[in-house]
Design a protein around this ligand. Sequence first.
Ligand SMILES: Cc1ncc(COP(=O)(O)O)c(C=O)c1O
Length: 466
Amino acid sequence: MKGRRLIKMAIHSFSHPLASYFSRTKESYRIHCESKEHLPGGVTANIKHFAPYPIVMKHGNGAWLTDVDGNDYVDYLMSYGALALGHGHDRIQKALQKQIQTDGTYLFGTPHELETRFAQKIKHYLPSMERIRYTNSGTEATLLALRLAYAYTGKTKVAKFEGHYHGGYNEMLYSINPDEQQSGPFDEPYTVPESAGLLPGGEENTLILPFNHPEACDRLLKKHRQELAAVIIEPVQGGFIPAEREFINRLRKTTEEEGIVLIFDEVKTGFRSSMGGAQTVYQVSPDITTLGKVVGGGFPFGMVGGKKEIMDVSSPKDGSDVFDTMQSKNSSAIDTLFHSGTYNGHPLILAAGLATLEVLESEYEKTVDFTEDLRMELESFFKKKSVPMKTIGMGTIFNPIFTIEQVNHYRDMKKTNLQFRKELDLHLINEGIYTKPLNRYSISTAHGEKELKQTMDALHRIFKQK
Ligand SMILES: Cc1ncc(COP(=O)(O)O)c(C=O)c1O
C-alpha cells in the first residue's frame, strides 16, 4: 500500500511529458501523418505504433539513434533485441562485403557451404538443435516448429502460455495480452483471441497454460495429452521473467512422459539469456528450439532446430523431389513435411549472423557486466527517490518494473504500475533515452559508460523538474 502511495505521489509531481514530446518531434509527426495515407496506421508492423505517434528515426550508430528532427537517443530497444552489436557494426559490414566479393552473387538458390558452417556454429552453443532449418523470421520459425510437431505426432492441438508471444498467425494469436475480465481463472486460463480475422473454431486448437504454475500445467497437459502435439514456451517470458526451475523441469518431464513435443521459443533469449540461450541456463533440453533476432545480425532471419527424428520429417526422401510427378511408388508427398523458401539460408544474412556470433564470443560477458551495472544504478536511483522499483531479467535483457512484489507471470506484470512506467518512458524519450514505451531494455556490445551516464543524467533531470 505504501509503495502504491509513493508511486502516485511521484506521478502527480511529474510535469506532463506530451507537450515537450510534441514540440521536439514535429517532423516525426508530419511524416507519421503523411505515411498514414499509404501504410495502415502509418506503420509496417503493428508493434511499431505507440501513442501519441511513433518517432521516425533517420540514423543509427552504435548504441545511438537519431530521429528526423535531429534528436539523439541512447537506444535500449535495439530493434526489439535483434541488434546485439548495436547499430551499423563494422564487423558485419565487412562480413557482408567479403561475402559478396567471394560469392559474386547475393543469392545462390542452391545449397552453399555457409549453410552448414553456420549450423555447426549454432550447434556448438545449442547442442539440442541436432538438425536445423533456416527461415526468414521468428514467426516463420515458430510456425515451422508447430508444423513439425503436428507431422511428427499426428496430433492437431498446441498449448501456449498466457502472455507469451510467438508471432502473428492463427494458432498463436491468443492470450498474448488478454484483458483481465476475459482471461478466466489463473490455473485454467481461457483462450482469448487477440486479432480480427482468426479462423472460426481456432480457439479449440490452442490451449492456454499458466506460466510458473507447475501443478496446473501438469493437470492441463495430462487432461489434453491425446490431442496435444506441442507445448510452445518462452522459457524466459518476454525475455525478462524467468521460469522457475521446478516449473521448467516439471514441464520437460511431463511433456516427455505424455508424448508432447516441447518447443523452446528462444527468438528473444537466444544469445541473450546466455550464449546458449535459456536452455543452457536451465540445463533443459527441449525437443525443438526456435531462434531469430540476434542470429540474423539485423537482417530478416529465423531458425528451427531439434531432435533429428523430428526434424528429419522435413527431409526429402533420397532421389525424390517434392513436386516430382515421377515420384517413386514407395513414397508420396505426404510422407514428407513440406518446407521451403526462396531466401532460406541467405548467404548475406548467414554472414551477418556469423560475424555477430564471433563478436559476441569475445564481448558477451562484458555486455552482461554492463547490463548488471545499469540495473544496479537504476535500482539505486529509484531507491533514493523512495519509488518502489526493481529490475528483472537475464543476461543482456531486463525490464524496469514499478513494484516491490514478486513478478512471476503475465498477471503479476499487469499489476505493476504500468501507467507510471509509460509516462516515465515518454519523459525519458524527451531526455534522449529511447525504448518503445513499456518495452524491455535490450543491451548491446556498443553500450558503455557514456550511455550509462547519459541515462542517469536524464533521470536526474526528469526528477528535478517535478
Ligand atoms: C519469442 C518470440 N517468438 C517469435 C517472434 C516473432 O519473430 P519475428 O518478429 O522475427 O517474426 C518474436 C518477435 O518478437 C518473439 O519475441
